[in-house]
Write a protein that binds this ligand. Structure first.
Ligand SMILES: Nc1ncnc2c1ncn2[C@@H]1O[C@H](COP(=O)(O)OP(=O)(O)OP(=O)(O)O)[C@@H](O)[C@H]1O
Length: 300
């Protein structure tokens, strides 16, 4: 069983921006969720693992391959769906997949055809295999993106923000596809959507400001907030007061009313009731905590 070992990776693009700051992660077989807000450094980490850029410091091992010492060895086992996935819009799905298979080094025409058709079947695109990829919906394009990432049966699959912009039905379909694939490979899913991780990933980490600020199993992380998340319905004009005096994790508008969720070890005041915490509370509490303490939490 192969694992991905990220050891103290740092990457700067300029003297002002440290996109990755001493990132270390142990990623076993299965799905691993990397959650973080825009600008956290997720794509920088994905591109570094995909050997598209070198880190300034640190080392990444996939099994016993040092991926920056031997990028070719990694690339032959890698499937990558980048955040911006461009296609040749006029080519049909089958033609393009066949072409990409050739670029990936699958020289036998018969093998390419078999793999392309099997992957189009797996990603539910078989019926539209002869249609131009440029006519596909967002969800179909993302499924095509996964099909190309799976060419050559990779052992390490990286998908960067794959569900952004998909409608709920397509998102579900896409996540189901990922969970099927994720059982027998190392699959790294980068996202800013908390539900993607909650629904799919037995292990996860949160990246903020280029640093890993929390990692562990979603259920254990949620457990740490039990008895500490409170909610109350308030008047909208009271919000600044609560934001100033309490750790407000989130503000929701429900049927015209304003509901706040607050992190506190005790009931902050009358009218607050306890909530069953979820992964979103974990995420917001960590981002909130990072802004105030910058500490890393690890619950395994
Ligand atoms: N090629 C680049 N040149 C200069 N700065 C960059 C480059 N790529 C990323 N950055 C900067 O590095 C930081 C991390 O960006 P990155 O794209 O890795 O974050 P992200 O978590 O993927 O965010 P998003 O989801 O918005 O893409 C940001 O401050 C970004 O502006």
């Amino acid at each position: 069983m192969q694992t991905l070992e990220i050891r103290s990776i740092s990457k700067s693009y300029s003297s002002e921006t440290k996109a990755l700051d001493n990132v270390s992660l142990h990623i076993p077989q299965g799905m691993f969720g990397l959650l973080g807000p825009n600008g956290a450094g997720k794509s920088s980490l994905m591109r570094t693992i995909a050997t598209l850029q070198k880190p300034d410091e640190g080392q990444i091992l996939f099994g016993d391959i040092d991926i920056h010492q031997n990028p070719q060895a990694l690339r032959s086992q890698l499937g990558y769906l980048p955040q911006e996935f461009g296609v040749y819009p006029r080519m049909s799905a089958f033609e393009l997949l066949d072409h990409m298979a050739l670029l990936k080094g699958i020289l036998s025409r018969k093998q390419r055809r078999e793999q392309a058709l099997a992957l189009l079947e797996q990603t539910n695109l078989y019926a539209v295999r002869n249609k131009a990829v440029g006519t596909f919906s967002g969800g179909m394009k993302q499924r095509f993106g996964i099909a190309q990432a799976l060419l050559g049966s990779p052992r390490l699959i990286i998908v960067d923000e794959p569900t952004a912009g998909l409608d709920p039905q397509e998102r579900n379909r896409f996540l189901n596809l990922l969970s099927e694939i994720g059982e027998n490979v190392v699959l790294l899913l980068s996202t800013h959507i908390v539900e993607d991780v909650r629904e799919l990933c037995p292990r996860m980490a949160i990246l903020a400001g280029g640093k890993i600020v929390l990692q562990g199993e979603p259920a254990s992380l949620i457990q740490t907030l039990k008895g500490r998340v409170w909610h109350k319905t308030i008047n909208r004009d009271q919000l600044p007061h609560y934001q100033k005096t309490l750790s407000v994790l989130s503000v929701r508008l429900l049927a015209g009313k304003t509901q706040i969720q607050v992190l506190s070890d005790y009931q902050p005041e009358a009218g607050f009731t306890l909530l069953e915490p979820d992964l979103e509370d974990v995420y917001f509490s960590v981002l909130f905590g990072t802004q105030s303490t910058g500490k890393e939490i690890s619950v395994c």
